[in-house]
Write a protein that binds this ligand. Structure first.
Ligand code: ADP
Ligand code: MG
Length: 314
């Protein structure tokens, strides 16, 4: 199918209808109504075959995932999703493939009421770029900077399952239980939004808990010493590698945030409504650097994990 037919069939007039979209797909640009009392929060992320996902990955997962990783960035700011665009680079115009891709994309778009308002469709090596727009009340976005010394450090969900799932996929075991955690991550939009006014700093964990928490601490000019015994591990975790995967595996798309002591009750209250667990890892301290301990002794981080941080190579 040519690109106009693909856009018409799979992307135009699909997904949630929003009253603030004045003009969607089909013109030279989209038009949205911007609420005067809001700040726009904008993020973009690209997935490239061979760099971010394995060749042959099911298209439904790619459609879902390219939106999920972007929604996770909005979640980490405490923002409400509004609109998105999708730039799709395809080696060919296979309708089956694009149809399944669009299904995965629209499933998540419906769930979080984010409208697809435009994009681009071109030929080339398989890749997809999504840009998301969200809103917050003025001054209310939660940044990486802003944590205070002594604030509690918390995370949603568990860590390491996505990396274990990716390892299974690479070894040809697509049926492993953790594979879905890699293919279909859950962006923590509701948790993120409910942390506005509670969390002092926040980041989403895409590259691994260690490196992403270290980024939050560096941005806030702080450090922490945390016990690996507190790490929330998935029930299916393989004992030997669980801690390494949790700290350095990546692709979890959970939230990591700090909360001042006088707001911990507010956190407890709001976290009751979440569909994921929340775990306290410890607290920040004024001295910079992030260290982990096991049974009270310094826990050595695997050096290879460090070198691969952010590389995300399947
Ligand atoms: P132009 O030539 O003006 O850039 P295009 O022919 O690329 O316009 O796109 C036509 C319309 O389809 C535009 O509204 C554009 O935003 C939209 N569009 C193109 N590709 C996609 C896509 N993959 N997903 C959503 N909308 C798309
Ligand atoms: Mg174009």
């Amino acid at each position: 199918m040519d690109e106009f037919a693909l856009i018409d069939r799979f992307f135009a007039n699909r997904g949630p209808v929003r009253a603030d979209v004045r003009l969607g797909i089909g013109d030279d640009a989209a038009i949205t109504r911007v609420d005067a009392g809001s700040e726009l929060v904008i993020a973009t992320d690209t997935l490239v075959e061979g760099t971010h996902f394995l060749p042959g990955t099911v298209p439904r997962s790619l459609g879902y995932r390219c939106l999920a990783v972007n929604l996770s960035d909005l979640a980490a700011m405490g923002a409400e999703p509004l609109w998105c665009t999708l730039s799709l680079t395809l080696p060919d115009g296979a309708a089956d493939w694009v149809g399944s891709f669009a299904e995965g994309f629209m499933e998540l778009a419906e769930r979080f009421e984010i409208a697809l308002i435009g994009g681009d469709t071109v030929r080339g090596p398989l890749a997809m770029t999504v840009t998301v727009h969200g809103r917050v009340d003025p001054g209310c976005a939660i940044r990486r900077a802003g944590a205070g010394a002594g604030d509690g450090i918390f995370v949603t969900g568990t860590f390491g399952a996505a990396a274990a799932g990716l390892a299974s996929l690479r070894s040809g075991d697509a049926g492993a239980g953790s594979v879905a955690r890699f293919l279909y991550p859950s962006p923590r939009i509701d948790a993120g939004r409910s942390l506005v006014g509670i969390a002092s700093a926040m980041i989403d964990v895409s590259d691994g808990l260690h490196v992403d928490l270290a980024r939050l601490l560096a941005a806030s000019g702080l450090g922490a010493t945390l016990a690996i015994e507190t790490l929330p591990l998935p029930a299916t975790a393989e004992p030997g590698r669980a801690v390494e995967l949790a700290l350095t595996g990546g692709d979890d798309y959970e939230l990591c945030f700090t909360v001042p002591a006088d707001r911990s009750e507010a956190l407890e209250l709001t976290a009751c409504d979440w569909d994921c667990a929340v775990t306290r890892l410890g607290e920040t301290h004024a001295e910079s650097g992030l260290a982990w301990t096991a049974a009270g002794k310094t826990y050595p981080l695997p050096a290879t994990g460090f070198r691969h941080f952010g590389a995300d190579v399947p």
